[in-house]
Design a protein around this ligand. Structure first.
Ligand code: TRP
Length: 336
């Protein structure tokens, strides 16, 4: 019924919360169009993971419109629903079932050492949900359920993926080769995009200073403003040089340009060696705006057609269920 070819599997997930940023785009999304030519890709909208971020005062919020926003953005970034599978995590029950099984193969101490959890704990010591603690186990279920060969994530998820590998190895050492050990995709190319005003910290969608972050749906004027006013380094020569320690601002802008143009940093340094900061930023703004405009045009076209987006999710859930159930039954069989 479904044309599932035997190819290596790539899995990725994004929570349907808030808007996606240029950091998300450079870190993972800009590779998706090409990845799906080589891999069989599963794009998961991680709505169960997103439940963990509404614990503050238990606010009631609905994910249904943000889920459709997300599908439209996936499509605008080049995901082809005929080649790849886009689905909502909570539509596929095997995820939460495997989550429970895997929670028996991970130690309290291991989860306590996750830096993302420790950060959340340091912000809110008294009202921290169990779900935030177990978050990486659900991620392990997502990934291992599809016999995933590689995962497309930003660098901030590295520690979680290493834990997933550990859980899979532990399970395999008892029950035989049940799980494939997943890798991070194209790890050598991975670097974090930093905040525009504070280039020593990560660009994040939840930053209090909106000038730190470029959102994929920001207006082009806003994007240009944020880039032209980004913090650059005090250097009397204003050289365009990649040097994270002494010139974190310019290095970050060079990195963005390198992701978008697919040119090496050294080639860009050479190309811009006679530019002043301002001219460099203008050129960068043109390139960023050009790319984002293309994404936005497609986004607004796709987003209008809700029936089409819902159809994609319906088809994706069916396909993911059939695919994951096969693996899930093997896992259950091994446990008996
Ligand atoms: N935790 C990931 C993030 O916040 C989202 C995610 C959920 C994910 N499940 C996943 C990423 C499985 C990769 C694979 O970015």
């Amino acid at each position: 019924m479904f044309n599932v070819k035997k190819r290596d599997v790539m899995f990725t997930g994004i929570q349907p919360t808030g808007l996606l940023t240029l950091g998300n785009y450079c870190g993972t999304m800009c590779n998706w169009k090409t990845i799906q030519k080589t891999y069989q890709c599963f794009f998961c909208i991680a709505d169960l993971h997103a439940l963990t971020s509404r614990n503050n005062n238990y606010i009631k919020n609905s994910f249904s419109t943000t889920i459709l926003d997300m599908v439209a953005l996936y499509l605008s970034c080049g995901v082809n629903p005929n080649d790849s599978t886009i689905f909502v995590q909570s539509d596929v029950y095997t995820h939460s079932q495997l989550y429970w099984i895997l929670s028996n193969f991970v130690y309290f101490g291991e989860l306590s050492r996750m830096t993302q959890f420790k950060k959340k704990l340091s912000i809110n010591k008294t009202r921290i949900n169990l779900s935030l603690f177990c978050y990486p186990v659900l991620m392990a279920a997502d990934i291992l359920l599809y016999q995933t060969n590689c995962v497309s994530v930003g660098l901030d998820q590295k520690q979680h993926i290493e834990l997933v590998q550990k859980i899979a190895r532990r399970f395999n050492s008892i029950y035989g080769d049940i799980f494939i050990i997943p890798d991070i995709l194209d790890f050598s190319r991975q670097c974090k995009i930093m905040a525009l005003q504070e280039p020593t910290k990560k660009m994040s969608k939840s930053d209090n200073n909106i000038n730190n972050t470029i959102f994929l749906l920001d207006s082009l004027d806003t994007i240009r403003f944020k880039l032209l006013h980004s913090l650059t380094d005090s250097d009397p020569l204003s050289r365009i040089k990649y040097d994270i320690f002494n010139k974190p601002g310019i290095s970050n802008l060079l990195l963005i340009l390198s992701f978008l143009t697919k040119k090496n940093i050294s080639v860009l340094e050479d190309e811009f060696k006679n530019y002043r900061y301002f001219d460099f930023k203008e050129q960068l703004s043109d390139i960023v705006c050009d790319r984002i405009l293309k994404i936005q045009k497609l986004y607004f076209k796709f987003r209008k057609d809700e029936d089409y987006l819902i159809d994609i999710l319906r088809f994706g859930s069916k396909k993911s269920l059939i695919y994951s159930q096969k693996n899930f039954f093997n896992i259950l069989q091994a446990l008996k």
